[in-house]
Design a protein around this ligand. Structure first.
Ligand code: GLA
Length: 432
C-alpha cells in the first residue's frame, strides 16, 4: 500500500498490515550508490521514536501566521532538516481568536453557531495549510488547551473536546499539543492526580477514536509526575517541567532533572524537556522578535547532545528564515540524531564523575553505546571513565559523533579533555 517517489524520497500511502516490514532503499547519485534497510512498523503505538520537528513558539509567539507556517515547512525541506528527520511543522498558541488582544486581527468570535472553533484572520485556511505541509512530505501539528482559554488568552477547548478533536482530524493535523494553562479554573488549586489526569484522558480517548493518527503531546509542566501516567492516558510525550525559554542559562540543571525520569522512556513514551532554542529566538520574557540565542556555541553542542542521549522529542523552535550553517550543523548531524532516534528508545543513564562532571551512557539497539562526557565547570577538565563505570568489556572502537570521525580503539578506560561547559560525544562499539 506504499509507494516511494524516487525524486523526492517521500513515501506515501496507507499503513500496511500490522507488523514489521523490512525494505531496502537504495540512493544513487554521481558519486555512487548506498543502500540501507528500513523498517516500516505498523500498529497501534504512535511515535515509536521521539517526534522531531519545528514549533513556532520561541520564534514568533503571538505573531504567528499561515504564511510563517508555510515558510517554515518550505525551509524544513530546502535546508536539509527534513532529510535529517525533522518532520512535524507545529503551530503553537495564538492561531484562534481571543476575547481581547493587541492585534485586532486576532479578536473575533471564538466559535461559530454550531460551536466549531474558529481560526483567526491570520489563518484563512487550515486545510490549505496542512495540504501545503503534507505535499512536502511533512506532518502538521496544532495546539490547544483543555481550559477555557490558552496560556496566551486565546480560545481553549473546554466543553468542546470531541468537536475540536474531530475538527483537527478533518483539517488534517497529525500532532496535538494540549496545554493545561487555565484549566486550574476547573480543578481549583492543588488538584490531585485523578483531576490532573482527567482532561488528558478525555482528549486521549477522543483522539484515538478519530480516523487519523494524531500524536498527543501533554503540556502541564510535569505536575503529578506526569511521566508515570502520560502514556496510560493516551499521550506519546509530555513536558517534564516549565518553559525552558525562561531557563536557557540552566540547561544542565533542567536536563539532569528530566534525565531522572529515564525509566519511563521508550517507544511511544517520551520525556520532553522542551524545545531546542538556538539560531535566532525571541526572549520568552518579552515575547519579542528573534535575536541570536543566548546559548553560547559550546553549550549548543551540550544541549543537542543531552537531548539526543535522553531520547527527547527534538523540536527546533527558532526562526526558520534565519538559519545559519552553524545552527544547521548543530541541528542536523545525522550521527547525533541517530542516537536520539535509536529504536530501543532508552534514555541514557547519568553517572556523576565528580561535582562538576558526569557521563551519560545510552544503550543502542545494535549493541553499541553512545557516551557523552559533560563538563559543567568553568575551566577545561580531563574526564576519565573506566570500563566498569561505562559497563564495557574488552576492546572497543571509538567514533567522535560531532566530528564524524573514527578515533581509534580503547580498552579499560577513556580520558578526554572536555572544554568548560562543553561535551565530548562518542559512540563505542565492541571490536570483533
Ligand atoms: C505555555 C507552554 C509553552 C507555550 C505557551 C503558549 O507556556 O508551556 O510551551 O505553548 O504556553 O502560550
Amino acid at each position: 500500500g506504499l509507494t516511494l517517489d524516487p525524486s523526492s524520497g517521500i513515501i506515501r500511502g496507507t499503513a500496511p498490515a500490522v507488523g514489521t516490514h523490512r525494505v531496502t532503499i537504495t540512493a544513487t547519485n554521481a558519486r555512487g550508490s548506498a543502500a540501507a534497510e528500513f523498517r516500516i512498523v505498523s500498529g497501534a503505538t504512535l511515535a515509536l521514536t521521539p517526534p522531531m520537528g519545528w514549533n513556532h513558539w520561541y520564534a514568533h509567539y503571538n505573531r504567528v501566521t499561515d504564511a510563517l507556517m508555510r515558510d517554515a515547512a518550505d525551509v524544513m525541506v530546502r535546508s536539509g532538516m527534513a532529510d535529517a528527520g525533522y518532520q512535524y511543522v507545529s503551530i503553537d498558541d495564538c492561531w484562534m481568536n481571543a476575547p481581547q488582544h493587541s492585534d485586532p486581527l486576532r479578536v473575533g468570535p471564538l466559535r461559530d453557531a454550531q460551536g466549531n472553533i474558529l481560526p483567526n484572520t491570520h489563518f484563512p485556511s487550515m486545510r490549505g495549510l496542512t495540504d501545503h505541509i503534507h505535499a512536502l512530505g511533512l506532518k502538521a501539528g496544532i495546539y490547544t488547551s483543555p481550559g477555557r482559554l490558552t496560556c496566551a488568552g486565546f480560545s481553549g477547548t473546554l466543553g468542546h473536546e470531541e468537536q475540536d478533536a474531530k475538527q483537527f482530524a478533518a483539517w488534517g493535523f497529525d500532532f496535538l499539543k494540549y496545554d493545561w494553562c487555565s484549566y486550574t479554573e476547573v480543578t481549583g488549586n492543588n488538584p490531585d492526580r485523578a483531576a490532573l489526569r482527567k482532561p488528558y484522558e478525555i482528549m486521549g480517548k477522543v483522539l484515538a477514536s478519530q480516523d487519523r493518527d494524531i500524536v498527543l503531546n501533554l503540556c502541564q509542566y510535569g505536575m503529578g509526575n506526569v511521566w508515570e501516567w502520560g502514556a496510560a492516558v493516551g499521550g506519546q510525550c509530555w513536558r517534564t517541567a516549565g518553559d525552558l525559554g525562561f531557563e536557557l542559562d540552566r540547561i544542565f540543571e533542567v536536563a539532569l532533572q528530566n534525565a531522572e525520569h529515564r525509566a519511563w522512556s521508550g517507544p511511544g513514551s517520551w520525556n520532553d524537556p522542551d524545545y531546542i532554542q538556538i539560531g535566532y529566538v525571541g526572549s520568552a520574557f518579552t515575547g519579542g522578535e528573534p535575536t541570536p540565542t543566548p546559548v553560547p556555541p559550546r553549550m549548543q553542542y551540550v544541549y543537542m547532545s543531552l537531548w539526543s542521549l535522553m531520547a527527547s522529542p527534538l523540536f527546533f523552535s527558532g526562526d526558520m528564515n534565519r538559519l545559519d550553517p552553524f545552527t544547521l550543523n548543530i541541528l542536523c548531524n545525522p550521527e547525533v540524531i541517530e542516537v536520539n532516534q535509536d529504536p530501543l528508545g532508552q534514555s541514557a543513564a547519568m553517572i556523576p564523575l565528580d561535582e562538576e562532571t558526569f557521563v551519560m551512557v545510552k544503550e543502542m539497539e545494535d549493541g553499541s553505546k553512545a557516551v557523552g562526557f559533560f563538563n559543567r565547570d568553568e575551566i577545561d577538565r580531563d574526564l576519565t571513565a573506566s570500563w566498569s563505570v561505562l559497563g564495557l568489556q574488552g576492546t572497543h572502537t571509538l567514533r567522535d559523533l560531532w566530528r564524524q570521525k573514527d578515533i581509534g580503539t580503547a580498552a579499560g578506560s577513556l580520558t578526554y579533555r572536555v572544554p568548560a561547559r562543553g561535551v565530548m560525544f562518542v559512540r563505542v562499539r565492541p571490536l570483533h
